[in-house]
Design a protein. Structure first.
Lengths: 534, 534
């Protein structure tokens, strides 16, 4: 391939002794290879040194703004036109084939990751960068989830289409709902509050079959409080919805769906747990002023007719207001933001990164306790109980029947075995409930830094423009769009803070209340046994 | 060596495919080797087959009663005469050299085990067979402690001197206290009850030094309730006392002393725990109608003068009423025992062997819980606490100080860490207390089968005599002595049953009460934390 020049946007410290090369921001480099893979490019610096550096850290030097991909909906429209007949035939198949589509991982997560690490900048797929969070859950349990993605921050930004948004090259939408951001004196910005808050109950997971029993799946009932009409949805429907939401909202943190799972999918315990996890997802969406109002979500919640469902599905997939285009529908306060306000993004970034690590750690602890309740603790108490019971039984062999002491010691054995069961039946659920809540917040805390980075990249872009663009009107528009984005990011941040302070806190309080009940139950059982000791 | 003939006393099933040979009771065998070791002899059966079998399962055939060793006190008297000057010089040294004498295992346990497994029958050392129990504690945790010794049941019997007792070849004591056994309609026999029950408090373990600080040791204070005069005793004094008691009482189960320990002997926790264990030993002795009345015990409890102590020590070591001779001081009911009464020994044997296994199992469970309270459980709760605290602390970074939710989550962390400490400070002690009690009972349940086997061997001897001895007066004496021994064994059995029903039961009740307090404490801590959640 022919060489071209790039401008380094950030400092990058190459690993000494490796093929990596350190680069400095504003250094000009000559690219010699773009097919290194995994997001790396090879290039020469001004001293003639050659090495690898992240593609995301450099920007191709051009006179005109970079040639951005056309907004995704145009592409998709074309694609859809071509594929529509084929797709209609595939529709049922795609939705039903649990083994290949929904559960094994051909869904959002892998797709999202692919695009984040893809080498070619001119791809059509525009997505929310937060959609790859769920897949990381069990990969790295030590630190936070966010660090890994920082390498691709800039390429995310370019791919997100927000650069085009900042430069004003996107078309103003002619229709569609406006999303309002209001100024708030304490936290700068809030989303327009929900005028009609509602809830949705996820209930009665049922195993159903199709094609004369050849294909089986689990269907969950969803009942929105505003309609009270039950709809039936499968995990793959949730997965599809989640994909749409991640595509659409790149400055809103979409809560994660429960992990995909291949084995044990039809086990009662797994199904009930997944129901609880889906309820958590639904709850977060319902309380979110933006997510809870979007069309695809309404469609998902209310559609009961198969034909309408298909129509809605196609429409959602053609939604023009996805990614950067979504930002075009934002209506933010006129008041210009101060630099000191914008600087708070950095504080929040540090805070969220730290919180992400700790949410992850606590979730791990909860999962651990949850597991130990059905295993280790139960086993320990069972062993204590067994030991007492065995001794009690052998005391009965001394011929003096009924032996009081034998009965008492056996009862002591029984109560400890019972306590073991309490761990499995009660304590286990307390930890699981908190773990499920933290799973949602872990998804959010690992997504929000991406949202904040998009804001930071936009700020950088704005400053770049101030150096190169002379037209004050054009510059003013860029500043306004930057502020609009920043307002929205602060609104999203604020929503998260509020949720954390009410929802997460409530879960902890619930754990405390449940644990008190649990230990009181133990006390009650032991007291009952004591009362039978003469 | 020249061959000689033996009579098989019991059935022995040789391990097929090994050099062992199965023998049948009453079979006559020709001994070809006595130096096989580990209690095995080699011999030929009537079919000319050769193989190994336990020496203890056969009896050398002679016309006259076997040549028994002279009662131990004569031997010891001689030994002591020869050694007296030397010993007086050694006295202090022996008592002070913690490293070589008292703690490393030159004490009772090794000596006792040696004699149980010794090949030569004509040894001088007469001992209580129960003195090797303490050494087994950590050797075989799976089954009971008694199985191992059954191999040597018969040799124990011969060595115990009880055969001589049964045959009436021991001298009637001319002085010394009589030990009374009374008939009881329900349990056949009881020891003469204590007329003046007393208690002894083991308190204030103190580290003391000798020889200008060169030698250091731990001294415990013992205060008997009948004198209220404190005496100071070291572990090695207890050990010496225990040796005397085991020598003296072969049909009384002497409770075990705590294990010897080399490392960590001066650590506070170890010292306090040993104090508790010694208190358990002292308690059992105090409540035992025979043990609590014996001279060496009184000497141990009351002597405060060093000279008198040495005198008493020498006297105790010369006590003529040890082992079989002790039985000469028994005064039992005249009423002849029925065969059906004596058959109860077997039921009791089965029962005690089963109980021994289960006491051991429960003790292991208690030790395990005790250990887990300071380690695993504490760690688990600490980890939970830490996770909450860390998250709470990171919630505080959002800039809104003071953050209520941060404080609450931190408090949740604190309470779980506190619960972890409760496990270490409280629950640990509950399990340790029961474990210490069970340690005593484990010693007893592993000793009593030996006591029962001595009775059974005496019965066998009596039946043998009925076949060979014609003199009805002589036979009547043998029967009387057999009954006397059986009465005493039933009295000891009954004492154990009573203790188990009151003392062991009380310990379990105490655990229950303590555990209720412990879990109530947890509830209280959690409720306190909840009250601080708004």
């Amino acid at each position: 391939m022919s060489t071209f020049k790039v401008l380094a946007l950030y400092d990058f410290d190459g690993e000494p002794g490796s093929s990596e090369m350190s680069i400095k921001a504003e250094e000009i480099l000559t690219i010699t290879r773009t097919d290194v893979g995994e997001g790396w490019w090879e290039g020469l610096n001004s001293k003639g040194q050659s090495g690898l550096f992240p593609q995301a850290y450099v920007q191709r030097m051009k006179e005109s703004p970079p040639a951005m991909p056309a907004p995704v909906y145009n592409q998709e429209l074309d694609d859809n036109k071509q594929k529509s007949t084929e797709e209609e035939a595939d529709w049922d198949d795609e939705w039903d084939n649990d083994d290949t589509y929904s559960e094994i991982g051909q869904g959002t997560n892998n797709r999202a990751r692919e695009s984040v690490y893809a080498n070619e900048p001119n791809q059509n797929y525009v997505h929310g960068s937060n959609s790859n969070n769920t897949a990381d859950i069990h990969v790295d349990n030590k630190g936070g989830t966010v660090s890994k993605k920082s390498l691709n921050r800039f390429s995310n930004y370019v791919k997100s289409g927000l650069e085009s948004y900042m430069l004003g090259t996107l078309n103003q939408p002619t229709h569609g709902k406006k999303i309002h951001v209001y100024r708030d004196e304490q936290c700068l910005a809030v989303w327009e509050p929900l005028s009609n808050p509602y809830t949705v109950q996820v209930t009665s997971p049922k195993k159903a079959t199709k094609m004369g029993g050849l294909k089986s799946f689990i269907a969950y009932s969803l009942t929105p409080s505003f309609s009270n009409i039950e709809v039936s949805r499968r995990y793959k429907h949730f997965d599809w919805l989640h994909d749409r939401m991640c595509d659409k909202f790149n400055i809103v943190a979409v809560p994660p769906l429960p992990d995909k799972q291949i084995s044990g999918r039809y086990e009662e315990q797994f199904i009930e747990h997944r129901r609880v996890q889906l309820q958590e997802f639904v709850n977060y969406v319902c309380r979110h002023p933006v997510l809870s109002q979007c069309e695809v979500w309404y469609h998902f919640l209310t559609c009961t007719d198969e034909k309408q469902w298909k129509q809605g599905k196609r429409q959602a997939e053609k939604d023009p207001f996805v990614g950067a285009n979504f930002c075009m529908s934002l209506e933010s306060p006129e008041k210009e933001l101060l630099q000191s306000d914008k600087d708070k993004i950095d504080d929040n970034l540090n805070y969220i990164v730290k919180m992400d690590q700790n949410v992850k750690k606590l979730m791990q602890t909860c999962q651990d306790q949850w597991n130990k309740c059905s295993n280790m603790y139960k086993r320990e108490f069972h062993r204590i109980g067994e030991s007492f019971f065995a001794l009690g039984s052998s005391l009965d062999l001394d011929g003096k029947i009924p032996s009081e002491v034998a009965t008492e010691v056996q009862q002591l054995g029984t109560v400890y075995m019972q306590i073991g069961r309490l761990y499995e039946d009660q304590a286990r659920d307390h930890w699981q409930a908190l773990s499920d809540k933290l799973y949602i917040y872990k998804g959010i805390t690992s997504s929000i830094p991406d949202v904040l980075h998009l804001q930071k990249s936009s700020e950088t872009k704005k400053r770049d423009c101030e150096k190169t663009i002379q037209n004050p009107l054009q510059l003013n528009d860029i500043r306004k769009r930057g502020d609009c984005l920043t307002y929205a990011v602060f609104a999203e941040l604020n929503h998260f803070q509020m949720e954390k302070n009410t929802d997460l806190r409530l879960s902890m309080k619930t754990l405390l209340v449940d644990q008190i009940k649990f230990y009181k139950n133990i006390v009650g059982q032991l007291e009952d046994t004591l009362s039978r000791f003469n």
